[in-house]
Design a protein around this ligand. Structure first.
Ligand SMILES: C[S@@+](CC[C@H](N)C(=O)[O-])C[C@H]1O[C@@H](n2cnc3c(N)ncnc32)[C@H](O)[C@@H]1O
Length: 316
């Protein structure tokens, strides 16, 4: 049966199944309008109808076209300083506490674990550059990862439209920390060099990572079922310091999902209560760890030597 536009219920189900298989995202049939909107362009670019695209992914559910379909269904919605109250909590409470705790080792590892097109990790970098001059000379690493290669390529190029910088970026920070290039804006190298990008699927066993002081895992879990949320939280916790902090989106929680985190008084921030020992292959989905590549820069990696971006890193 055709729904509204050109997609049948059976085709919608085929696309949702591919998204679930390849990305773990659980889309309900009510989201078929979104699926249809996203996939029309994919089908058109191939000279196919949506029905033909559905047929193609049914016959090769792990093929290149299915991957393209799954990627198009990832929801990379984000903005600079999304949820400004949370960034105030990071500025006034979480970061000062972590910096005080790391004063002896002068090392800070932050992870934006579903970074979409990069506004979130660059917001973190802006916060550090703007408000924490005492970090000069520290080994500060912001690792930004996502499943979507398309989103990561965009993030790594760091070229933002006027509309994107208008969404959440205070004019003062735009003027001070961005360069204008024709109609677009790019963070200056002092901001960009703090962030490195890599493709990481949070549903697979994670690669070796630095033990994280702060993890932002915002607005990713909402698209997943309870078992997947549990797996992702445990796996992320396994890469955190014993006093590390986790930040979730405003519609997300660890409650009833992972007792190894406890909520902080600050809304959306969770403290590690129980950091499991670092075990290889501790991913959420139990899928094979093939091709895992270390993203740990190692204890002595020099700040200046960090590439600003890591384009096209293999999916881990
Ligand atoms: C709505 S965006 C959130 C972006 C940002 N954290 C924020 O809150 O503004 C969700 C992101 O999760 C990513 N994602 C979905 N499934 C993933 C997975 N299995 N592993 C890594 N990232 C995933 C999507 O590609 C998308 O970029």
């Amino acid at each position: 049966m055709k729904q509204g536009g050109g997609m049948s219920a059976a085709d919608g189900a085929a696309f949702r199944e591919v998204a679930r298989e390849l990305t773990g995202i659980a889309l309900s049939p009510e989201k078929d309008y979104f699926v249809e909107g996203r996939l029309e362009a994919v089908a058109r670019a191939r000279g196919l109808s949506l029905g033909e695209l559905a047929q193609a992914v049914r016959s090769a559910p792990r093929g290149a076209l299915a991957q393209e379909v799954a990627e198009a269904l990832l929801i990379a919605e984000t903005s600079f300083f999304r949820d400004p109250g949370l960034f105030e909590v990071l500025r006034l409470q979480v970061l000062p506490e972590l910096i005080a705790a790391r004063r002896a080792e002068r090392r800070l590892a932050l992870w934006s674990a579903a970074c979409a097109t990069g506004q979130e990790p660059y917001s973190l970098a802006l916060l550090l550059v703007e408000h924490f001059p005492e970090l000069e000379g520290w080994d500060v690493d912001i690792l930004a990862t996502d499943l979507s290669q398309q989103a990561l390529d965009y993030a790594a190029s760091a070229v933002y439209t006027q509309h994107e910088v208008n969404r959440g970026l205070p004019a003062r920070l735009l003027v001070r920390h961005f360069e204008r290039e024709a109609m677009t804006w790019r963070p200056r190298s002092a901001v960009r060099r703090l962030v490195r990008f890599a493709r990481v699927d949070l549903l697979r066993p994670l690669p070796p990572l630095p033990r994280m002081d702060l993890v932002l895992l915002r607005n990713m879990l909402i698209y997943h079922d309870v078992e997947t949320k549990r797996g992702v939280l445990a796996s992320v916790r396994g890469r955190m310091r014993s006093d590390g902090r986790l930040v979730l989106g405003s519609a997300e929680t660890t409650l009833y999902l992972d007792a190894g985190f406890e909520p902080s008084p600050e809304l959306g921030v969770y403290r590690v209560k129980d950091a499991p020992s670092e075990a290889p292959g501790g991913g959420a989905g139990g899928r094979p760890d093939a091709g895992a590549e270390a993203l740990d820069r190692g204890p002595s990696a020099p700040r200046e030597g960090v590439p600003a971006v890591d384009r096209g890193a293999p999916c881990i």
